[in-house]
Design a protein around this ligand. Structure first.
Ligand SMILES: C[S@@+](CC[C@H](N)C(=O)[O-])C[C@H]1O[C@@H](n2cnc3c(N)ncnc32)[C@H](O)[C@@H]1O
Length: 220
């Protein structure tokens, strides 16, 4: 995976993701450490983080879900935007990557708001539904394996309340979604879920060109 996850010209990208964003020192340090990793490009940009924090504030979210945590940047921005009694359930399968996340969540003082579940996300989401959590979440961020997005979207549709918001990351696949010669499994999965969400009468949606594309859906 490349480090660059934006289709913007470099100067504009820098202006939007660096010059125009307030990032806390802990967020900046986490971004710097993650950028040294071979898969560091999976981390969302600071502008997308600021957007997600603003959205969490705007909808007054208290209960949030994340599918795909990596080294913890998106979880950190969401948790920091929650009230002290807010909760984020973060799903991932990597002990190695999320051990970095835990360190920064501690430093930022938000570790007690984040409940990390290390298991395949479809199992965690199914367990939440079985446990009676349907309709109890305000916000969900989907950013894990792309071929799993349909399952994650349907699970989040059940778990998110009416009026709640779901964000699906990497909706542009570095531009591959509009390249007729691109047929990788991830690209096909993203094309399919983009079209499904666009045509889904259960939500109102918009494709934002922030980062690598964020498909935003509000449950009706
Ligand atoms: C793109 S990264 C997430 C980036 C993160 N949201 C951030 O902003 O830094 C995708 C993550 O999904 C996780 N993942 C992949 N397959 C998964 C699965 N089946 N269940 C849960 N997590 C999974 C990977 O371990 C990886 O950490």
């Amino acid at each position: 995976m490349t480090q660059k996850r934006s289709l913007l010209p470099d100067g504009i990208e820098r202006y939007a993701t660096v010059d125009m964003v307030h990032e806390s020192p802990v967020m900046r340090a986490l971004r710097a450490e993650t950028s040294t990793l071979p898969r560091g490009g999976m981390q969302i940009g600071a502008d997308q983080g600021a957007f997600m924090a603003l959205l969490v504030h705007l909808i007054g979210a208290r209960q949030c879900l994340e599918i795909g945590t990596f080294t913890g940047y998106s979880a950190l921005v969401v948790a920091a935007a929650l009230p002290p009694d807010g909760r984020l359930i973060a799903c991932d399968v990597s002990e190695e990557w999320t051990s970095i996340a835990r360190r920064y969540w501690q430093q930022a003082g938000v570790a007690d708001r984040i409940d990390l579940r290390l298991a395949p996300a479809r199992d965690t989401l199914a367990a939440l539904i079985r446990g009676g959590a349907s309709g109890s979440f305000d916000f969900a961020f989907i950013d894990a394996d792309k071929t799993g997005y349909d399952v994650y979207y349907e699970s989040c549709m059940t778990l998110v309340r009416t009026g709640g918001v779901m964000l699906l990351d990497n909706a542009l696949q570095d531009g591959a979604v509009v390249d007729p010669s691109a047929h990788e499994a991830d690209t096909e999965a993203i094309r399919a879920i983009n079209q499904k969400v666009r045509d889904d009468p259960r939500v109102e949606s918009v494709l934002l060109t922030v980062g690598d594309g964020v498909l935003m859906a509000r449950k009706r």
